[in-house]
Design a protein around this ligand. Sequence first.
Ligand code: PGA
Length: 259
Amino acid sequence: MKENTSKNLQVKKKVVVGNWKMNPMTIKEAKALAEGVKKSSARLQNVEVVLCPPYMFIPSIISKSKVKVGAQDVSFEDNGSHTGEVSATQIVGVGATHVIIGHSERRKMGEKEGDIAKKVLKAVATGLTPIICIGEDIHDTDGKYLEVVRGQLLASLILLKKTEIWKVVIAYEPVWAVGATEPMTTYDLHQMSLYIRKILAEEYGKVAVGIPVLYGGSVDATNAAEIVSKGEVDGLLVGRESLSVVNFTALLRSVNNTW
Ligand code: PGA
């Protein structure tokens, strides 16, 4: 393992996001899960951990620890008559720093590209880092999925000023690999991460160079390190495996040691 303390070594931490979805069931469990992750990841130098619980657990798990906290969605409205919605200002107000936007499970519920773009704009304007999820439903053999990914990526960024593009995180999650038994192969992921970076560079130039590109979809403690190193991604968006302190800790340690 390389040290990341050398002044000459430009080390960018890997970003690992735990997407708890609609879990766990109680505040007690949420606190225990967050505490466990904070303790076990305290010494990890090479990973930045972001936990994204359901909204109501956010204030209880915010602390001074290095672990960051994010929401799983945000309204594009500021305030007012929008029953069930939560604004970016409210999320920032309780101390969260990130927000997942455009997750495939929300797209399935009817979230549209136009709404996703407005949410990304609102998040950035409010100082939240949007973790924008993109990914094809079907990995077809004639390459149509490439156009789907390109379309989703550019549509999500369309309202941002070019100079603000660097403030986002992209999470590539092929829908067929989310909640499945196997992740995408590292070969295919490598092709995809190059493809996404190429689109960003072509469209936005140098300002897009440092945008983290994460992978999500059936990541676990046994495959995480290989996905990061061979897939050449900047981190991971993890669902099921982030709900167990033991498993998530093992996953974080393995990614930490990929340097
Ligand atoms: P999974 O979910 O890790 O359980 O496949 C990933 C996600 O939905 O973000």
